[in-house]
Write a protein of this length. Structure first.
Length: 299
């Protein structure tokens, strides 16, 4: 294919259609008129020899070929954006950079309020999308340039991914005030026999305490598994379940009628880390954002 004969603006239009799944909304985002957007879609179909988007109800659903193309197109556009942005020209106050990050609702709750306030004051035009996806997808999306950063812990990654510690934490046990186990020191036998509320993005997320128990050839009784941390206090207050959670998070639940207990097993402290791909090492906007995240976490 002769690239000189291709209008590379069509890639921007394709990327916008993939995100909006609607011709009119995509036209407003670019911006361009709806007839011009429809014409551009026709040219894209001709270029890639595929329908790319099929109308289903009120939306344009991507074909298998469009989904296949989307990862590469997104990567090309992001590389072009990095190429055109120099450190000399970067100014947070006038930046309209768009970042995508991965945080659990736990980290979102602890970090994002401070970070959002900082960005609103120093970089009001900067946009951010936060997603909560399984660990394997997190690493894959950073490798494919679909994810700019992640805040998590103990991620096993390739040398392409850089990690930096943000703040320390440890695990504690929580239960409702008045629980039969809330009055005295928690024994291992009581811990194992209790009904546990487990938080995991996927059913196979058994890091931390379950790995330590497995090494001791014992297991706890997990009665309920949920994907979100912030619903935990309401559930514990209405049941006799207990849960193992971050002490940083537990300390924010002091007004939720919960009791914090030491775990009956030795668990080392751990750090919440910032993960990002080394391709962004010298990208001015990304470097600036990393520094703001570290500043917020140090506070």
């Amino acid at each position: 294919m002769n690239l000189r004969a291709v209008d590379l603006n069509l890639l921007v239009i394709f990327d916008t259609l993939m995100k909006e799944r609607h011709v009119t909304r995509a036209a407003l985002k670019v911006p361009m008129s709806q007839p011009a957007m429809s014409s551009a879609l026709s040219r894209l179909r001709l270029l890639f020899k595929d329908d790319l988007f099929i109308r289903v109800g009120g939306c344009m659903e991507p074909t298998a070929r469009a989904i296949e193309l989307s990862v590469g197109v997104t990567r090309i556009l992001r590389e072009a954006e990095r190429l055109m942005t120099s450190e000399v020209l970067f100014d947070p106050a006038s930046s309209d950079d768009h970042f995508t990050g991965r945080m659990s609702d736990l980290i979102t709750y602890l970090v994002l309020p401070t970070l959002s306030g900082l960005l609103s004051r120093q970089a009001p035009g900067m946009r951010m999308d936060i997603t909560h996806i399984p660990i394997d997808q997190t690493l894959a999306r950073m490798e494919s340039d679909q994810l700019d950063f992640a805040i998590s812990t103990q991620l096993k990654h390739t040398s392409n991914i850089v990690s930096e510690p943000l703040f320390m934490d440890r695990l504690v046990c929580v239960m409702r005030d008045g629980h039969k186990l809330s009055g005295a020191e928690l024994s291992m036998q009581e811990f194992l026999k209790a009904d546990h509320l487990h938080v995991a993005v996927s059913q196979h997320d058994v890091r931390f305490v379950d790995n330590v128990l497995a090494e001791q050839q014992v297991s706890r009784r997990i009665t309920l598994t949920i994907p979100h941390w912030l619903s935990l206090p309401a559930i514990l207050c209405e049941t006799d379940m207990i849960s193992v959670i971050s002490e940083r998070l537990a300390s924010t639940f002091v007004d939720k009628a919960l009791v914090i207990k030491e775990l009956p097993l030795s668990m080392p402290s751990f750090s919440w880390d910032l993960y990002w791909h080394k391709r962004n090492k010298n990208t001015a906007a990304h470097s600036w954002l990393r520094e703001q995240i570290k500043q917020c976490c140090s506070e």
